[in-house]
Design a protein around this ligand. Structure first.
Ligand SMILES: Nc1ncnc2c1ncn2[C@@H]1O[C@H](COP(=O)(O)OP(=O)(O)OP(=O)(O)O)[C@@H](O)[C@H]1O
Ligand SMILES: [Mg+2]
Length: 346
């Protein structure tokens, strides 16, 4: 029998907005022992999406894990979104996932067990779509529930895409609309329409697989997926790792339906303010910049799109391929320059 248990009644904040603030994470990771193995192509030094290890001259493996509390009411959809988000870090590095483990925390005495079954089924359905085999997992009794995957992917060692690979002159393309954090907060408050909520869920369930293929086709070297630190936070991390400056255009940012109005009415989740604080003095905004869009650029995304640096001569090709693949909101949202600041202009 299937139960209809509303997971959102059980969490204060879910999805990638449950991550600890980026500045706190950075200060903790600084103290971990340094990695010296020459086969480690990417480690935590550059705060990238996943670790990459070279097996031989034709193969490197990508390893990543992500899990979080519910971001939507329906258990099956939560499983789908959490799995899509976990797989995303492999795609962001230009790879193809193929193996995974379930990682789950579930309060077996507080929530009907059937909801757990549905979460795992949602995850399994996405893994299947991504040609990824789930070969095991781990479950802890814990409240609130949390779910995600540990994923192994593969990539050619010369085709690894990193957050340190942006080059001055690159155009920045974003593949999904922003505002999932705002929509989920508004859903809890009962102030978002069912249509806008469904649209947010639709985008959180879209795999970043086609974006990864397009990146390889047009020779992208620098990319990341936009998640808990928001567009601004992830751009700042990329700019720092790539030693470049980035300019973002508020008028070009793709947004989910209703989110501009919701932010205008004051529906701004706390994570957005933490992300703005993280970038702090490195952000130089045009004083006339639209405040609501600036806050949406800070909104913590769950299972967000890929932000990729594309050579100007390949931009039209990349945009057509992304749109043909159904990523209809894909747009150039900024550009990379020699420097070290994040500029926001209209
Ligand atoms: N407990 C930890 N131990 C070691 N490294 C960590 C730990 N937590 C995070 N990291 C590292 O910090 C960096 C940033 O982590 P974060 O989870 O923000 O990246 P991410 O997986 O791309 O996020 P998202 O899944 O939201 O896209 C990564 O290099 C990650 O491996
Ligand atoms: Mg990531």
């Amino acid at each position: 029998m299937s139960t209809n248990f509303d997971l959102l009644t059980n969490v204060e904040y879910g999805g990638c907005s449950a991550k600890i603030p980026a500045s706190v994470l950075e200060s903790i990771l600084l103290n971990l022992p340094k990695v010296t193995d020459p086969n480690v192509l990417v480690d935590i030094d550059t705060h990238d999406d996943a670790g990459v290890f070279r097996i031989n001259e034709d193969l490197a493996i990508i390893l990543t894990t992500d899990f979080f509390p519910p971001v939507c009411s329906d258990p099956f959809e939560f499983g789908q979104i959490a799995a899509t988000n976990s797989l995303s870090d492999v795609y962001a590095m230009g790879g193809e996932p193929f193996l995974a483990l379930n990682i789950a925390m579930f309060p077996s005495s507080k929530i009907p067990l059937d909801a757990y079954r549905q979460i795992l089924e949602g995850g399994a359905s996405v893994a299947q779509k991504a040609n990824t085999i789930i070969i095991g997992g781990h479950t802890i009794d814990d409240y609130p529930p949390k779910y995600g995957l540990a994923v192994v992917g593969r990539v050619h060692p010369d085709k690894v895409i990193t957050n340190a690979g942006l080059q001055p002159g690159d155009a920045l393309i974003l593949t999904k609309p922003l505002g999932t954090g705002v929509v989920v907060a508004a859903k809890r408050l009962g102030i978002v329409s069912e249509t806008a909520y469904s649209e947010a869920l639709f985008w959180m369930k879209q795999l970043n697989n086609t974006a990864a293929q397009v990146m390889q086709t047009v020779g992208v070297k620098g990319a990341t997926d936009i998640t808990g630190f928001g567009l601004i936070g992830h751009v700042y991390k990329m700019a720092k790792a790539s030693r470049v400056g980035v300019k973002l255009y508020t008028s070009k940012i793709p947004l989910l339906p209703e989110v501009y109005q919701l932010v205008d009415e004051g529906c701004i989740p706390g994570a957005a303010f933490r992300n703005l604080e993280f970038v702090g003095g490195h952000l130089n905004g045009d004083p006339n910049v639209d405040y609501n869009i600036k806050m949406l650029m800070c909104d913590a995304q769950t299972s967000g799109g890929i932000l990729m640096g594309v050579k100007p001569e390949r931009v039209n090709e990349a945009l057509s391929l992304l749109k043909e693949a159904g990523l209809t909101y894909s747009a150039v949202v900024g550009e990379v320059f020699e420097g070290d600041n994040i500029l926001i202009t209209s």
